[in-house]
Design a protein around this ligand. Structure first.
Ligand SMILES: O=C1C=CC(S(=O)(=O)O)=CC1(O)O
Ligand SMILES: [Fe+2]
Length: 336
């Protein structure tokens, strides 16, 4: 088997959206992302810290879905490695030469990975103006950068092994007596580039967008409330157990879930050890024991194959939502 490509980080996501103007309001006016390019077909957005052309592409389409996730690889040769790595595993693979794919991105390869998720691997991408200290342009949620993807898949052990084969580390897990419910996997030295959430799949559960400060997470919820758009707030604000991050989950106009996320931690030491949560620990998903709303477990975005067709869904065999979390488990009296 060929060597895995050297993945640097989760780099950009392309989402199909049904109303580009409504999406622009959510992702630009409310989240504060910067428009690198826009036309009648798509928006190319980036956060204030991001020096590459975009981290979010919103493509106008009749049906909302994930077009593809994208990982940046360390060198142009890693695009070739990715092509061989996935072709040898029998995955659908399509080379996307520079100028024929996503605006701003150079030579790339797109695959449907073993989990059924459409993923692009690229190295070359156009640069953008440095906005990190253009505080005059920071607004709304003041999104700094794309941080991670979260995908739903019915076989977490297999998904974990696949991402390990790509050289990802594992920062945290949620485990039962014999079951693996979720895993957080990283290439960049933070908690994750991708989280694996058990459930029917493949689905895109959410995109995690980082801010610098927890007060920006609170301000995000405040501005949605102030505008009478509180229905876009799905879960939180709160403090995660897993990752220790401060968070709020939002739903965009198509229902794509976006997490505004800050204050996780460094995982870059060579002897970093996975932190394991018990599925019965009420603090695992919300450190203060707040309930996890049912929709967070049950709703997610469908994903396309390489030709834009919706992928079939396989059911899972675990139901974490039936395991009470915190306040929603008040009937449980802990033994004294
Ligand atoms: O980024 C994340 C960090 C932690 C959690 S959890 O709800 O604490 O498991 C979910 C999450 O994957 O969105
Ligand atoms: Fe997340």
């Amino acid at each position: 088997m060929s060597a895995a490509p050297d993945v640097v980080r989760s780099a950009y996501v392309q989402l199909a959206v049904t109303d580009l103007a409504a999406s622009r309001w959510f992702w630009v006016d409310m989240l504060g992302m910067h428009v690198q390019h826009e036309d009648e077909d798509a928006l190319y957005l980036r956060g204030s810290d991001e020096l590459t052309h975009h981290s979010v592409v919103l493509r106008a389409a009749p049906v909302a879905a994930l077009d593809h996730l994208a990982y940046r690889v360390r060198a142009p040769e890693d695009v070739d490695r990715a092509e061989r790595f996935f072709a040898e595993r029998g995955c659908p693979v399509r080379r996307v030469p520079a100028g024929t794919g996503t605006r701003g991105v150079g030579d790339a390869v797109r695959v449907v990975d073993p989990l059924g998720v459409p993923v692009e691997f690229f190295h070359d991408i156009a640069r953008g103006e440095r906005l990190i200290q253009r505080y005059d342009l920071h607004r709304g949620a003041q999104i700094a950068r794309l941080d991670h993807y979260n995908i739903c898949t019915p076989d977490i052990p297999a998904a974990y092994e696949y991402y390990r084969s790509l050289g990802f580390g594992c920062s945290e897990t949620i485990e039962g007596e014999h079951e693996l419910y979720a895993a957080w996997m990283f290439r960049k030295p933070t908690v994750h580039d991708v989280a694996l959430t058990h459930g029917p799949g493949p689905y895109l559960h959410h995109i995690g967008m980082a801010t610098h400060e927890s007060h920006q997470v609170l301000h995000t919820a405040d501005i949605f409330g102030a505008l009478g758009k509180e229905h876009h707030i799905e879960r939180g604000p709160g403090r995660h157990g897993v990752s220790n991050a401060f968070y709020v989950y939002l739903r965009d106009p198509d229902g794509h879930r976006v997490e505004v996320y800050t204050s996780d931690y460094f995982t870059g030491d060579p002897d970093y050890e996975t932190h394991r949560w018990n599925v019965h620990d009420d603090r695992r998903r919300d450190f203060w024991g707040n309930a996890v709303i049912e929709s967070w477990y049950k709703e997610a975005s469908p994903v396309h194959d390489l030709d834009g067709r919706l992928q079939p869904i396989a059911e899972g065999n675990l139901d974490e939502s039936s395991i009470k979390v915190g306040a929603d488990g008040l009937g449980i009296v802990k033994p004294s």
